[in-house]
Design a protein. Structure first.
Length: 436
């Protein structure tokens, strides 16, 4: 009998063999890619656990479908169900035009306090890429999901609010460097110690649990010293105060250099790395965008604020095949609430064409399966997806970039994956006991 996932008193999810998992099919191409993804998930779960585990999918409404049926873009009932069932998945949602909710995605993340936007970025062999060595890109991005620009605090130039805020800045705060007073819009960028620390804490825990070598704090603290700079400072505080026996940080190196010289600092760092300690370092955001092209092997887990994370996630996705194959999840590691999602848009002009790549929602579902502890099913899917790509039987986005490929519809690509589930290895090769 199907039942809910619950959060245990030990802070771990209790996952039954037959969990009920809510889904939002999404707008635009959402229904087409979801139909394919659901079949893939069900097949993988059945094969991984010999029918002993199943998922009961429960639809909840959001976006255009919700508006047509209820008159609301994001019904309160949908948010309540997402909380009640803890873990859910969604397709792409449109943003309402002309007022109301600024973004349905943002609204869900803030209401559920899904503070970590987690985006793993890894290349599948054979996927077209604009870089020479895409196999060197293997990172997990932890993007802060509730503060920074996502707070949505801004006022339009000429509005009463903008005038009032400008007057306060000039007359009360003594600000003298507003270049064009009376003609400026304003935005406020809140960055807190609590918000920064919980994000970095989750990134460090992920790195330690998965035996990854480093966490990099990406920031623009050279210019925004108290927001972006605060993020860096608080991130190092978490590493040193909460994980001091398991980490070595660049700010420790800097202190050792000042006190004992660079040679001593370097020796301590080498010893820490040899002992298997996690290296926690930082980098300026614009330099990072250069380094992920020049030296991507230097980075493993990345923790950053919201706007930086937006740029970084899409830039890295482009290196491994584009946002159409990029998965994502929005997670609160304290409450357990998680919404996994296709990271691309609704692509309304392609709705109903059965032509788009469903890989983003499929791989986001793999993240969901791993999150609930069903890694075996997730691995079957990623192996089968790799096999389809290696055989060059792909949707139009990859077809246009490959030589000698076979063009498949969305549904056909799903069947291609399903046909390989359980009978291919991680390198896309047939298992010895199987035949296609």
């Amino acid at each position: 009998m199907a039942s809910k996932i619950t959060m245990g008193s030990n802070g771990k999810l209790n996952v039954p063999d037959n969990p009920i998992i809510p889904f939002i099919e999404g707008d635009g191409i959402g229904p087409e890619i979801w139909q394919v993804a659901e079949k893939v998930f069900n097949t993988a779960v059945a094969k991984a656990y010999n029918g002993k585990r199943t998922i009961e999918w429960k639809e909840i409404l959001a976006g255009e479908k919700a508006f047509k049926q209820t008159g609301e873009w994001l019904p309160a009932e949908s948010l309540q169900i997402a909380k009640e069932y803890i873990v859910s998945i969604k397709g792409p949602l449109t943003t309402p035009i002309g007022g109301g909710i600024r973004s349905l995605n943002v609204a869900m993340r803030q209401d559920l306090d899904l503070y970590a936007c987690v985006r793993p970025v890894k290349w599948f062999k054979g996927v077209p890429s604009p870089v020479v060595n895409p196999q060197d890109v293997d990172m997990v991005i932890f993007r802060e999901n509730t503060e920074d620009i996502y707070a949505g605090i801004e006022w339009k130039a000429g509005s009463d609010q903008a005038k009032k805020f400008e007057k306060f800045l000039i007359e009360e705060m003594g600000v003298k460097n507003i270049r064009f007073p009376g003609d400026s819009s304003y935005g406020v960028k809140p960055v807190s110690s609590e918000g920064s620390k919980r994000l970095v804490r989750s990134a460090i825990e992920h790195a330690l649990e998965n035996m990854l070598p480093s966490v990099t704090l990406v920031h623009k603290g050279n210019i925004m010293k108290f927001t972006e700079g605060g993020f860096k400072t608080w991130g190092y505080e978490v590493a040193r105060q909460e994980f001091g026996d398991k980490t070595f940080t660049w700010d420790e190196w800097d202190e050792l250099k000042k006190e004992h010289g660079e040679a001593h600092a370097n020796e301590v760092q080498r010893k820490a790395i040899h002992e298997g300690k996690l290296l926690v370092k930082d980098i300026i955001a614009d330099n990072f965008l250069q380094q992920i092209l020049i030296a991507p092997k230097e980075f493993s887990v990345v923790a950053t604020l919201n706007l930086n994370g937006d740029y970084i996630s899409d830039a890295l996705a482009a290196e491994v095949g584009g946002i159409g194959i990029a998965p994502g999840g929005n997670i609160n590691y304290k409450t357990g609430y998680a919404v996994f999602e296709a990271t691309h848009g609704t692509a309304p002009k392609f709705a109903g064409t059965n032509s788009m790549n469903p890989s983003s929602i499929i791989l986001s579902g793999c993240m969901l399966l791993e999150y609930i502890g069903w890694k075996e099913a997730a691995d079957l899917i990623t192996d089968a997806l790799q096999a389809a790509i290696m055989r060059k039987r792909v949707t139009i986005d990859f077809y246009n970039l490959m030589t000698g490929a076979t063009l498949l519809k969305t549904s056909e690509f799903g069947e291609e994956i399903i046909s390989s589930i359980g009978i291919v290895t991680g390198d896309g090769q047939l298992k010895k006991s199987s035949s296609l």
